[in-house]
Design a protein around this ligand. Sequence first.
Ligand SMILES: [Zn+2]
Length: 176
Amino acid sequence: MTVVANEKIDDKKLQKASEIILELQNEMPKYISNGSGPFLAAIYDNQGNLIAKEANSVVSQNCSHNHAEMNAIKAAEKKLNTYDLSAFNLSLYVTSEPCIMCLGGIMWSGIKAVYFGVPSKRVEEITGFDEGFKPNWFEEFKKRGITVYGNIAQDAGEKVLKDYVSGGYKVYKPER
Ligand SMILES: [Zn+2]
């Protein structure tokens, strides 16, 4: 799968994002074996300082909105003591494409850039998780000044998700 973006691809940004997302994918099994869902997000400032790193904790904390992105945003806002991260010029790196809820959470947080690994379509195909409906979000984020790059280190990410399913871990969603 080729990398997709809502701006002309900047090789330096992509290189840095590839390194960070690959590192997150490599760390994922440790989080999964400690009870996290198979998604991990990290927020960095533009000097490369790590501000927050959080995994999905829906099952372990009994909270349906504890996705990795939401947890990382919450931790960053707490650490920086603000509800608006805009002034900090932060980037969110996440192992899979944000779901419909997290897109909203990212928009209201003031995050300036999103870099993700496995696209939602593949997450749904591999795991059965429901990622929601997300019409044209690359363009909508662009209008709001949020950079998006996706399908980064996708093969490594798909392997983590496949291992999660074959490991018999829970694919949680509401009953319908
Ligand atoms: Zn989400």
